[in-house]
Design a protein around this ligand. Structure first.
Ligand SMILES: O=c1[nH]c(=O)c2[nH]c(=O)[nH]c2[nH]1
Length: 330
């Protein structure tokens, strides 16, 4: 049959086709004692080969399920580790073509997200040592500010968003309420990851003196750089990172409180902080169907749904003025 004619009884010709699993989010943790290393990938597999029958006739004998492609990504992460995106992609592509009779070509596309250890270079950690199992995602954090003035006084909010952090251990979640719909297993060693959105309010009230003026309340007993907005923002950011890295967590709620309290302790000019912390769930992958163990090494990084933990932390006596819906604006 000529290649450019449909098979008998088929009205149209099948052109180029490929299929696979897109965007498998795999996080591989490698442990050297208490020092952990992480690789974080999004892997998209596209396979092509002898697939006319499934398209024309609905016969699936040549189709390796996309679910299998996803499982292979997780199993290879366990068995071979992730040295680099290229090396991991080569292993996968070779496997699909050599192990599956009907697959003639495999294309593996990978995005890798880079993480830095929380530490002096990335901000955070009072001890000055890079954290051993606490990481901040490189890149996309954004500084925010909102200034209000009514002719009399000022309100200055500082903040940040898209600051993504991960602890690969020292996080538990158990002892929670259970009802007939609860299926969550108690966790005694889990990954805790979140994308921090924070707004903090500098001391000074609408109708009060202008921040930075000598009679402003923050001038009394405050650190000299208290109104150095850049220094204050950087100190708040590193306090958030430091508290995240050093809190042994029993819930994201507890970690949130510690992060807020640390900012208030470290930044005398800040009265109030509101945090919005999505729980970026990392589920250990069950590798037992493939005869493999998973000692908290291979995780599926789910993007939704996610828990969303939000709270304001206040200096005693301070008014709560940051609107509850400000922190999760896009
Ligand atoms: O830190 C957490 N807090 C929760 O309220 C919660 N709920 C849940 O399912 N997982 C978690 N984790």
């Amino acid at each position: 049959m000529p290649a450019d004619l449909p098979p008998p009884g088929r009205p149209a010709l099948l052109g180029q086709n490929q299929y696979g699993k897109a965007e498998t989010r795999v996080v591989r943790v490698t442990r050297e004692g208490r020092t952990h290393h992480i690789r974080d990938l999004s892997v998209s597999v596209a396979l092509s080969g002898d697939l006319d029958d499934t398209h024309y006739a609905g016969r699936n004998a040549a189709v390796l399920p996309t679910d299998t492609a996803k499982n292979t990504v997780f199993a290879f992460a366990k068995e071979y580790g992730i040295d680099s995106a290229e090396q991991f992609g080569i292993l996968l592509a070779r496997h699909f073509v050599t192990a599956t009779r009907t697959v003639r070509r495999a294309r593996v596309r990978i995005e890798e997200y880079a993480w830095d250890r929380i530490g002096p270079a990335a901000g955070g950690t009072a001890a000055g040592e890079p954290a051993r199992h606490s990481f901040v995602r490189r890149g996309d954090a954004v500084r925010t500010a909102q200034i209000s003035y009514d002719g009399d006084g000022w309100e200055v909010l500082g903040g940040l968003k898209h600051l993504t952090v991960l602890n690969s251990t020292d996080s538990e979640f158990h002892g929670f309420l259970k009802d007939r719909y609860t299926t969550l297993r108690e966790a005694y060693d889990r990954v805790l990851a979140t994308e921090i959105s924070a707004w903090w309010r500098h001391r000074g009230t609408l109708g009060g003196p202008t921040p930075g003026e000598p009679d402003h309340p923050a001038a009394e007993g405050a650190a000299p750089d208290d109104r150095d907005w850049d220094a204050c923002w950087h100190r708040a950011r590193s306090s958030l990172l430091d508290a995240f890295a050093t809190t042994y967590s029993h819930s994201l709620q507890q970690t949130l409180y510690q992060m807020g309290a640390r900012v208030l302790a470290d930044c005398p000019g800040i009265e109030e902080i509101r945090l919005s912390l999505p729980n970026k769930h990392h589920f250990p992958v069950d590798l037992t169907p493939f005869g493999l163990t998973n000692d908290n090494e291979v995780y599926f990084a789910a993007d939704r749904p996610y828990g969303l933990i939000e709270a304001t932390v206040l200096r005693p006596g301070a008014a709560a003025r940051i609107p509850a819906d400000l922190t999760n604006l896009p």
